[in-house]
Design a protein around this ligand. Sequence first.
Ligand code: NAP
Length: 536
Amino acid sequence: MKATKQDVPSVQAPQDRVASVSSPQFIRSRIGKVCVAIAAASPAEMIEKAEETARENTFLEFRLDYLAQPLLALPKIKQFLYERSEVTAIATCRRVSTGGHFKGTIAAELEILEKAAAAGCQLVDIELQTAEAMKKGQLDKLRAAGPALVISYHDFTITKDLDGIFERISPFEPEFIKIVSTAKTLADNVTMMRFLERTRDLASVIGICMGEQGVISRVLGLRAGSVFTFAAANAGEETGPGQITARTLEETFRIDQLDAATKVFGVVGNPVRHSLSPVMMNTAFRRETVNAVFLALQTSKIGDLLTLVREVPINGLAVTMPFKEEILKHLERTDPLSEKVGACNTVVRSQDGKLYGFNTDVAAVVRPLERRLQLKGAKILVMGAGGAARAAVFGLKDKGAEVFILNRTPEAAQKLARQAKAKTFKRDQLAKTNFDVIINATPAGMHGVKTHNILEAKELNARIVFDLVYNPIDTPLVRMAREKSIPVITGVEMFVHQGARQFEIWTGKPAPEEEMLRVVVHALRQRAAEENGAKH
Ligand code: NAP
């Protein structure tokens, strides 16, 4: 039956209301794009969380299986839904055998769901395996209680045979078909999105990939045809692996605004889980009203990345470890700097699918220094001989600086010095040498790295100290320099600068650099506060 808005009387008890409003069309007219899963240990806590969530999002899923006695929550849910008539709710009581927490039988699950429908939940969710194990009469009885039916399937290991699962669910004629798989590769998201595109006109389908690599499907699945997606109410309250909070989906990824024209960018590498690039770039896109979204693309396999770039398609990449060098051979052309340095951190995809590479790390070291001193003839020590050091050494040599390299492994310093026509430097000379600039291009002092101090105070003799490490903002080296009244440049300035140049390459617009700096500093401070909180 096709329901319309006229079917709903203006004043009605919840029981009457649900009977007339179970068509997918009607439900789709009521709901937003994000359903927030509410999981709690007690009925009171569940309602408290629902109240809090409903202030911003009126589409909820009550995960009754998280409660020890789900039936006890129903009077409270009934009251809540009666008072909050704008809320649309799914009742779910997934059993342990299908990935949930409910230890009861199928009959007990159905009793709970029927009662949840009577309490005002407009949708109930049952697993495909449950539907297949039920007797015909049982499903009819559940339907007679009035709710729209979601039949869902979860695969916690793989993304496979989505069409086959769709074929198994379809005969039950549920109002909504929900298929949730696990992404083991970035390309699994493409598989899910192609499936959604194929089935979007056949049924009301929800499709998501779980797991760290499934984030792409959580953000881009809607434009491929998923009717809605699921989100966590708060960080730490995820009901599925890889689930994102509703606030992040809405504010960072602007999920309500994504459409077919939205350009897709991402930071690729491993690890990128804690990368600050998504929050920085999405803020910049929003500020400059660019119709684009920026994702964290976690992989170590270049083939997987290239498939994603081709198939989504991805319009541009911020490239990080371990791909900065490996990506070069897959590019149509690079700028002379990337070639010289032998590393590329920025990729743009042209309309014909060809990839072009740039290096914005070099400018991100050079420009903050140029603002503060004349580089021609400046005496600069670079500590480290890895990727960041290479960008610094080549960039500074290019500007006419006299560059010295000091590295834990002397052979690596010698090799880089030969390539860049720079000089090596011995540690024992440090205490008696003055530099214009000392740059730390090693991870020493970085959060989670054992080596805190790369130098002793007496070895730090410079007019400016530049620490490329940006987490924490105030590294031990930065603090040591401040104690000696030496002006510092922090790694945050480099990070924002390289990101700002990437933004300009991708969009052709000036980057909102101050705003980018503000969100990065805010995010770093928030992380530091959370870590301190966790320690105490
Ligand atoms: P990388 O390629 O792995 O190179 C690391 C370099 O640091 C190597 O020369 C290594 O020496 C040296 N090193 C590692 N651990 C050390 C320790 N405990 N003590 C002394 N030296 C050590 O890394 P990368 O890509 O160049 O990045 C280096 C750091 O720069 C990163 O940790 C990051 O914090 C920072 N960075 C910041 C930005 C930014 O935007 N602010 C951008 C890129 C990088 P060996 O040769 O002896 O192994």
